[in-house]
Write a protein that binds this ligand. Structure first.
Ligand code: SOE
Length: 370
């Protein structure tokens, strides 16, 4: 019997995951059978059109009703809608996959992690960049000790979608709806990746010194002749101390002209380094101790993570494939009754780091992760 999937949200992330659901039976022959059962949204006309385009059999404007009719619930709504529907689904022992960041606040994230811990169903958070083959290749090198002991983790996520004061207001600009700005939208990815890549070798992040800035205090509404205040950060930077002594340097900005989706992370150890850039996501720069310089590894061999499901070497993958990989892993975990990472607890750890950045910024001093 196919897993019946319910999805809340049908815009950007709704498309990314619906595309992934459609690819699974074509490229992952051991993927569980799934059906796009119910699409949840508020605007009935737009919802019907989206359900038709994204291949859902039913629509529902009430997420509580939808949860009663499905086997798996994907929460792809804006951040403020992550807690309640996800907690309700978990209380009904319906597995939940929730987009990042887990929640607007660390308090909400803790509630969600507790609901997952108390549920018989599993829950996962959509940190899709863990599922880039080059990132998993890097993790395998690091965990195998190829870089030695870790000294530095350096992550940046730069975009330029809101550089102009004329770039419109959206829910991502509002503290009540999003929780934070670049910090949660972009920084969450970098913190999760850093924990994923070096967590085995360097331990967790112990303390943080953070700084946030809002450069543009209000923005025009797209369809109305009015402006709304921006109540979240446009950019953040942070220094982090890992348990085993490694140093972390993190930043993200929506104000970096010329940078479209420029997520980079570098790890430096006692015996080598790796560097990754999302805009060149098939490649990993690797420096081993005895090399004169970095070598560019094209991570598209059939022995590389996930590549066997797709194309021959050099027939590169894209951003959308990371969603196919994470949905394959999550839905396979649901079908097999196994755990999944990143879990809600892992995603809550990320939220604790984001919260520490904001607490540190407010106090002007280093703070411990609580
Ligand atoms: C917008 O900043 C956004 O779509 C993020 O929300 C995603 O998580 C990121 O992967 C790309 O940029």
């Amino acid at each position: 019997m196919a897993l019946q999937i319910g999805v809340l949200g049908y815009r950007f992330m709704g498309k990314a995951h619906s595309n992934a659901f459609a690819r699974l039976p074509m490229f992952f022959d051991d993927a569980p059978d799934i059906e796009r059962h119910t699409l949840v949204g508020r605007d009935e006309e737009a919802l019907a059109d989206a359900a038709d385009r994204l291949g859902f059999a039913h629509t529902e404007t009430d997420w509580e009703t939808a949860i009663e009719n499905v086997d798996v619930f994907y929460n792809l709504g804006p951040n403020h809608l992550h807690p309640e529907p996800s907690i309700a689904a978990l209380e009904a022992d319906v597995p939940v996959f929730c987009e990042k960041p887990l929640a607007p606040t660390v308090e909400d994230a803790e509630r969600m992690a507790t609901a997952a811990a108390d549920s018989d169903a599993i829950a996962g958070c959509a940190f899709n960049y863990r599922f880039v083959p080059a990132i998993q290749y890097a993790k395998n090198l690091i965990d195998a000790g190829e870089l030695g002991d870790i000294r530095h983790v350096r992550g940046k996520y730069l975009q330029d979608g809101w550089v102009s004061p004329e770039d419109p207001w959206s829910w991502r600009m509002d503290e009540d709806l999003a929780g934070s700005g670049a910090l949660g939208d972009l920084g969450a990815h970098t913190v999760d990746l850093a924990r994923f890549l070096v967590g085995e070798r360097a331990g967790d992040i112990e303390r943080i010194s953070g700084h946030t800035e809002t450069f543009i205090e209000e923005r025009p509404m797209e369809e109305e002749n009015e402006t709304r205040p921006v109540t979240v950060d446009d950019a953040y930077s942070a220094q982090a101390a890992f348990e085993d002594g490694a140093m972390g340097t993190f930043e993200a900005s929506r104000m970096a002209p010329g940078h479209k989706n420029d997520h980079t992370i570098a790890v430096h150890g006692t015996e080598g380094s790796v560097k990754f850039a999302l805009e060149r996501l098939n490649e990993l720069e690797v420096l081993r101790e005895d090399n004169r310089g970095y070598e560019t590894v094209l991570v598209t061999d059939e022995s590389d993570p996930y590549v066997e499901h797709w194309w021959p070497p050099g027939h590169v993958l894209g951003w959308e494939h990371t969603f196919v990989h994470e949905d394959y892993e999550f839905l396979s975990s649901v079908a097999a009754g196994e755990s999944y990472e990143p879990s809600f607890e892992s995603a809550c750890e990320v939220q604790r780091v984001l919260d520490a950045v904001e607490r540190s910024d407010e106090r002007g001093e280093w703070v411990a992760i609580e």
